[in-house]
Design a protein around this ligand. Structure first.
Ligand SMILES: [Zn+2]
Length: 315
C-alpha cells in the first residue's frame, strides 16, 4: 500500500507522516515530522547510491524515535533516494545506468535518474534549512566513517564538528552534479557522511550515524540539549572526488596492500591485480603521498571502477 502523496503544507504541528513523491514511474519515499513548535527543517537523504544501506537504516530508526512534542522544527527525510538502484542492489540505476550523485540539478524530461534529481532539487531541497546526505562505501568500497563539507560553508563546518564523526573531511571544492552541490547552489548549508560499507551495516557505523543525526538536530535547536564536543580522531583536507582516484583499466581480482587511513608515500604500491588463474596482470602505485581514504573492498573489480584514493591531512 503506497502512502499518500507528499504535501508538506498539509502536515500539521505534531504530525508524523509517511508519504510518496511520484517521479514518473518511480515513487520516492518521504518521511516527515513537524514539531509542535516552529523552527528549522533538517532534510536528510540516504540511498542516493542504491547499495549504501547505513543511512537508510539511520533514517528509519530516527523517524521512529522522534517525538514531535520534543521538537522545535522539523525532520524531513528521503530514506531511499534512488529506489530502482536500491532494489537492484547497485550504486547506479538499472533503468538508465544513472548515478544520482552525478546528475544534479537533474532534468524533468530526462532519464529516470535525472528526473529524480530534478524532483529532489525542486520539491525537497527548498524546504530545508540544513541538508545531510548519508552515503557509505556501499557493497564494493571501504571508506572511513566520516562527515565532509565544503570549505566555504561556515555553518557546515560547525555542524560537522557537532555531528561527532571520527573523521572530518574539509573539501576546497565540491564537484558538480552532487546532491550537496545542488544544496550549495541554493545556499543551503550541507554535510555528507560516509561509512565503511564493504557490503554490510557495521554496528559502530550505525551508532555514529544515529547519534550524529540526533546531535545535528540538537545543533540546529530542533531537539533540546547541546551536544557535548566529540573531538575527531583525524581531520582531512582535499579533493573528495572518488572519480579522481586510481582506476581499474581491466577486470581482475584485487589484492590490496594498504589499509584505510594509512599514510602512503608517493610511488608506494597500493596493491596488485590478478587474473582468474592467479597471475599478476597489473599493479597500482600511489600517485602522491597522503592518507588512504578509499579501497575497493570487493576483490572482483571491473574496468573503470575506482580502486584507491588518497587525500591530505588538514595542516
Ligand atoms: Zn554514495
Amino acid at each position: 500500500m503506497t502512502p499518500p502523496e507528499f504535501d508538506w503544507s498539509a502536515v500539521g504541528p505534531g504530525e508524523k507522516v509517511s508519504a510518496s513523491l511520484p517521479v514518473g514511474s518511480v515513487t520516492l519515499p518521504v518521511l516527515a515530522v513537524r514539531g509542535t513548535r516552529p523552527g528549522k527543517t533538517l532534510l536528510v537523504s540516504a540511498g542516493v547510491h542504491g547499495d549504501e544501506h547505513e543511512g537508510i537504516r539511520t533514517i528509519f530508526d530516527t523517524f521512529s524515535a522522534l517525538d514531535p512534542a520534543q521538537m522545535t522544527g522539523n525532520f524531513l527525510a528521503v530514506p531511499v533516494a534512488n529506489p530502482p538502484a536500491f532494489w537492484n542492489g547497485t550504486r547506479t540505476s538499472p533503468l538508465d545506468d544513472g548515478n544520482l550523485a552525478r546528475v544534479f540539478p537533474g532534468d524533468p524530461d530526462g532519464s529516470p535518474t535525472q528526473a529524480i534529481a530534478w524532483a529532489f532539487d525542486q520539491r525537497l531541497l527548498p524546504l530545508a534549512d540544513f541538508y545531510l546526505d548519508l552515503h557509505s562505501g556501499g557493497v564494493k568500497f571501504l571508506m572511513p566513517t566520516m562527515v565532509g563539507y565544503h570549505e566555504q560553508d561556515a555553518p557546515a563546518r560547525l555542524a560537522a564538528d557537532a555531528f561527532g564523526a571520527p573523521v572530518i573531511w574539509c573539501h576546497p571544492a565540491i564537484a558538480p552534479g552532487r546532491t550537496v552541490s545542488a544544496a550549495g547552489a541554493r545556499g543551503i548549508p550541507c554535510l555528507y557522511a560516509e561509512a565503511r560499507g564493504a557490503g554490510r551495516i557495521h554496528p559502530d557505523d550505525l551508532a555514529v550515524y544515529r547519534r550524529g543525526v540526533a546531535r545535528l538536530l540538537q545543533h540546529l535547536a530542533i531537539l533540546p540539549g547541546v551536544p557535548e564536543p566529540i573531538p575527531p580522531q583525524l581531520r582531512l583536507h582535499g579533493d573528495g572526488n572518488i572519480d579522481g582516484g586510481v582506476t581499474a583499466t581491466q577486470p581482475g581480482f584485487l589484492l590490496p596492500e594498504v589499509e584505510l587511513l594509512q599514510w602512503v608515500e608517493r610511488g608506494q604500491r597500493f596493491g596488485r591485480l590478478l587474473d582468474i588463474w592467479g597471475r599478476q596482470i597489473d599493479e597500482f602505485f600511489a600517485p602522491r603521498s597522503g592518507v588512504v581514504v578509499l579501497i575497493h573492498a570487493c576483490p572482483m573489480v571491473q574496468p573503470g571502477e575506482p580502486l584507491f584514493l588518497v587525500t591530505d591531512v588538514q595542516p
